[in-house]
Design a binder for this molecule. Structure first.
Ligand SMILES: C[S@@+](CC[C@H](N)C(=O)[O-])C[C@H]1O[C@@H](n2cnc3c(N)ncnc32)[C@H](O)[C@@H]1O
Length: 707
């Protein structure tokens, strides 16, 4: 084995340098450093071979052999001659010179390449009387010369030809993506993590299939180099075939079966045939499904787990007409909004204007190049936000406008007290929330008893919940105060009237009207959640006062079995799942809670195989439950608070030795009876109280019971 340490330069399309440096680090390049259109790193030959075999992003892996000043043809010739070329190749082998010049006196690439070739050939001729031949296609030795500000860097191109040519794409439609750009799009869109969680993949305009094939290679942990037969080092004199063969055999063993559903559609028959052929060549028969289908018919199959939609629609540079494309982009967006909720989507386009009409808001975008064409990669989470019933926004807005008219007429000056208090709270809590990266929090909680409401931010949405007014306050007075509160909120909070929701005490919900499509996407601690704001009487699904508990569950769940009882939305299970729980189970009381829990798990890429949802009555569940758990979370609502203590003991019996039960009573006055003195019981209410609920006397109780 050659143990020399070499300097390498991995080239890549502009814009991919950061990703490539990360990839090389993951292969063992500890000093990988990004440069323009490439990454430098050092290491032994094994590391370079690994890069050739495993890199999804690099074009070429260059091994530097000499660097010298070359402002004139003579200097260039002399510098090249100073290299002992017979250490790299035999006189009867073929060579090819790839010459790149930037800001240098020798500015003509053909001339530069010719000079380098002459220097090499002359050296062989002098020593052996035989000269290597020049071969453009698959030469035995590929030599790379980079002349930058008159400094020549001479390298052996270990890749031989660009690594983006994996070998599977011999047929291509119009405007295909290069394979390494496709891989970069998938990495930026988070495909490795999505596929790890069994998410599915679809490209609705797959062209020659580059994105679907690369997605399958990533899903199967297949080294892209396994598909190639030619590399620049195979006939290099210093080639260590043992090292290479060992890497190849290890890579073959590391391939894993692809379970994710991976699908490509395109409406062009010939293109679909090409994609088919490419899929077969890539050895992905039965793994990738390709079909001729128009975008209007692209909907997820019922057996697909929500995952990733990636699409590279035509964008007018090389294909299609602008007006037709406008319709196509809108159609694409409609299809995504309607059928792909819970998926992530990535749109790669060279025409940002077209994507602006889609009515989708990108959460991130990256600037990349497709060849010379500047392009954007737009990333979206397809949530139900686009499905908000417009009439709800109108109801919210009407309510606020009405309150504002009332306030203007009544000239209620007392409200100034409320405004001052809210402003004070807001100043402090906004700063705190920003510092803690919290986007859903309480800003006001009946701090002034006359204004008996709580006010919460759920991202930019506002939820006002009215408390039951004390008997001492007349009903019409309470109503007027609520009007004043609503009237001033848009100004004080900087919120749009359509985004301000109101829940009344003892609000009645219309069970048949519940619809997950109308829920709002929010995030907490990196967890994606879907909250209810519009159905009064139904929980939001995200109790803000339990924020610390959720984060505790996330921390404690690693490698543990987790059970939640009686939560309405499975929110805490998603936290446990993301915390690395070995399995989770949610026992919920209604079909709607099953759907809600399932939806939230899927939004975060979890399947219900490992994360079970059981619809059952708690008493019935406990009387049949046999399987014990490491970590249990029970949330007891007001309605259940009296009877629940009776079944506390059966829940405790479900704990594994060393396990922990968190017992939350959403009722401040309900007592907790413990008739199991051998268990350690701790009241952690104060410890678990988040900053935005401090000083609140009606908080819920939290108990920790350790087995
Ligand atoms: C830019 S190309 C995609 C290239 C692909 N990423 C590749 O690497 O080969 C856009 C593709 O969209 C397809 N397309 C255009 N309109 C479509 C429609 N209404 N439904 C489905 N596919 C469509 C075209 O046939 C074309 O293959």
């Amino acid at each position: 084995m050659d143990n020399n340490i070499y300097h390498f330069f991995a080239t890549t399309p502009k814009g991919l340098e950061l990703l490539l440096a990360d990839e090389l680090r993951s292969l063992g390049a500890t000093d990988a450093a990004e440069k323009l259109a490439g990454v430098t790193f050092t290491g032994n030959i094994e590391l370079a071979y690994k890069a050739c075999l495993w890199s999804r992003l690099a074009n070429r892996i260059l091994l530097r052999i000499q660097q010298f000043h070359a402002a004139t043809p003579e200097e260039l010739y002399k510098g090249v001659q100073s290299i002992a070329w017979d250490a790299h190749c035999d006189p009867n082998q073929s060579i090819y010179i790839h010459f790149v010049t930037v800001q240098s006196a020798i500015s003509h690439t053909l001339f530069g390449a010719q000079k380098v070739k002459d220097a090499i050939v002359d050296q062989f001729r002098q020593q052996y009387d035989v000269r290597p031949t020049v071969n453009r296609e698959m030469p035995d030795i590929s030599i790379h010369v980079f002349l930058h500000r008159d400094i020549a860097t001479i390298s052996i191109d270990l890749s031989g030809e660009s690594l983006h040519k994996r070998g599977y794409r011999l047929e291509q439609g119009a405007a295909p993506l290069k394979e390494n750009l496709a891989a970069a799009i998938l990495l930026r869109a988070g495909w490795p993590r999505i596929v790890e969680n069994q998410g599915s993949f679809v490209d609705p305009m797959c062209g020659s299939g580059t994105l679907v094939i690369e997605a399958a290679l990533i899903a199967g942990n297949m080294a892209p180099g396994l598909l190639r037969h030619y590399f620049g080092f195979l006939k290099w004199k210093k080639h260590c075939s043992d090292v290479w063969n060992q890497l190849v055999s290890e890579a073959k063993k590391q391939c894993k079966p692809v379970v994710a559903k991976i699908t490509g559609y395109d409406n062009d028959r010939e293109t679909v045939a090409m994609a088919h052929a490419n899929v077969l060549r890539a050895g992905l028969r039965g793994i990738v499904h390709i079909e001729k289908r128009d975008i209007s018919l692209c909907i997820p199959n019922s057996d697909w787990q929500p995952g990733l939609v990636v699409v590279n629609p035509p964008y007018g540079e090389r294909l299609g007409e602008e007006t037709h494309l406008q319709t196509l982009y809108v159609q694409l967006a409609d299809q995504l909004k309607k059928y792909f909720q819970g998926y992530r989507a990535a749109i790669f386009t060279g025409n940002l204007d077209l994507s602006k009409n889609m009515g989708l808001r990108a959460e991130r975008y990256y600037s990349l190049f497709n060849g010379a064409i500047p392009c954007q990669l737009l990333l979206f989470t397809l949530s139900s936000e686009w499905f908000i019933d417009r009439s709800i926004a109108a109801v919210n807005e009407r309510r606020i406008r009405k309150a504002q008219r009332w306030l203007a007429e009544s000239q209620d000056t007392a409200v100034q007290m409320f405004i001052n208090r809210l402003k004070k709270n807001l100043k402090h809590k906004k700063r705190w929330a920003h510092r803690e990266s919290i986007t859903c929090y309480r800003v006001y909680d009946a701090d002034l008893p006359e204004y008996a409401v709580s006010i919460d931010f759920y991202e930019h949405f506002v939820l006002v919940q009215e408390y039951q007014a004390p008997q001492s306050i007349a009903k019409d007075k309470a109503l007027q105060r609520l009007q004043s509160v609503l009237a001033v909120l848009p100004d004080v909070l900087g919120a749009s009237p359509k985004d301000i929701f109101l829940h009344y005490p003892n609000g009645q919900m219309n069970l048949s009207a519940q619809n997950l499509d109308a829920f709002y996407p929010v995030t907490e601690n990196g967890v994606k959640l879907s909250v209810n704001l519009q159905y009064d009487g139904l929980s939001t699904g995200l109790h803000l006062d339990e924020r610390q508990l959720r984060s505790l569950m996330m921390k404690e769940a690693k490698n543990k079995s987790f059970l939640s009882l009686m939560t309405e939305s499975g929110t805490v299970n998603v936290f446990a799942a993301l915390g690395g729980a070995s399995m989770t189970e949610a026992v919920v009381a209604s079909d709607f809670a099953v759907q809600w829990t399932q939806y939230q798990l899927q939004m975060n890429g979890f399947s219900t195989e490992k994360h079970r949802i059981v619809k059952d009555d708690i008493a019935h569940y406990l009387s049949n439950a046999k399987k014990p758990f490491d970590l249990i979370f029970v949330e007891i609502s007001k309605q259940l608070s009296e009877e629940i203590n009776v079944i506390l003991q059966s829940v405790v019996d479900l704990l594994l030795p060393g396990g922990t039960l968190y017992w939350i009573i959403r009722h401040p006055r309900c007592k907790m009876y413990n008739n199991r003195p051998e268990k350690i019981v701790e009241n952690i209410t104060k410890k678990m109280l988040p900053e935005d609920f401090k000083g609140n006397s009606t908080v819920n109780q939290c108990w920790k019971i350790s087995n």
